[in-house]
Design a protein around this ligand. Structure first.
Ligand code: DX5
Ligand code: ZN
Length: 225
């Protein structure tokens, strides 16, 4: 699956930018929405009122990535608004199990994200309550950064836990994904690829999505062969 990140889109034309990659005949499976609060990360983007408007202007499921402090307090609002996935950071959540239950009760899939230096082991049991694991392959905060290859070890570990039935979730990767890096991520076992600058920095964003998907499918076919 491919989830273009609208962080790299033109914020004055978000509706058109979403339509450029989503909707009938277009390739985005989800649209990735980066919520940043200038506390958990140094950058500031958008919040719930904007997400509510985005939900009204697209049929493509929204994948909300909350890079915020106190997600226990704020994340359920995004689920209640109708986001398909609500992803919170393991480093910020106070009670990630209770939070996942609240997100699911509000009708969303629950996602847990880990920064590049956050290990997975302490969260193995917690992840049983989650629908997606978002492995950050850059330090969260900004688009257009370089892919951090060492996080693929975490992807492989998560893939093994899913394949052996210890976890039941989608493995998602976020940061520095482009036509060069997507292959190694696919081989490591990623299910869903977030891509911001590689999609919205391209001349034709819809074609960029299809190009990424083709590379990922090709690489995962080789990876499992
Ligand atoms: C970074 C965000 C990413 C960002 C990825 O903190 O979480 O979703 O949009 O952008 P690229 O694909 O340009 O690295
Ligand atoms: Zn993101």
């Amino acid at each position: 699956m491919i989830a273009p990140s609208i962080l790299s889109a033109d914020f004055a034309r978000l509706s058109d930018e979403m339509a450029a990659v989503g909707g009938p005949g277009r390739g985005a499976d989800w649209l990735h929405v980066d919520v940043m609060d200038a506390h958990f990360v140094p950058n500031l983007t958008l919040g719930l009122p904007v997400v509510e408007s985005l939900l009204r202007s697209t049929d493509t499921p929204l994948d909300c990535h909350l890079m915020i402090d106190a997600p226990d307090r704020w994340a359920p609002g995004y689920a209640e608004a109708g986001a398909h996935n609500v992803t919170v950071h393991a480093e910020a959540a106070e009670d990630p199990v209770a939070l996942a239950k609240n997100l699911r009760a509000a009708g969303a899939n629950a996602g847990l994200s880990v920064k590049p230096d956050t290990p997975l082991e302490p969260y193995t049991d917690v992840l049983k309550h989650y629908d997606t694991l978002l492995v950050m392959s850059v330090e969260p905060g900004f688009g257009g950064q370089k892919f951090i290859e060492r996080v693929l070890e975490k992807v492989r570990a998560a893939r093994r836990m899913v394949d052996t039935g210890h976890l039941n979730l989608l493995v998602e990767i976020d940061g520095g994904i482009n036509s060069d890096t997507i292959e190694q991520a696919a081989e490591a076992g990623v299910d869903c690829f977030v891509a911001g600058s590689a999609v919205y920095g391209a001349e034709d964003p819809a074609r960029a999505v299809e190009g990424l998907r083709a590379r990922a499918l090709d690489a995962s076919a080789h990876g499992s062969a």
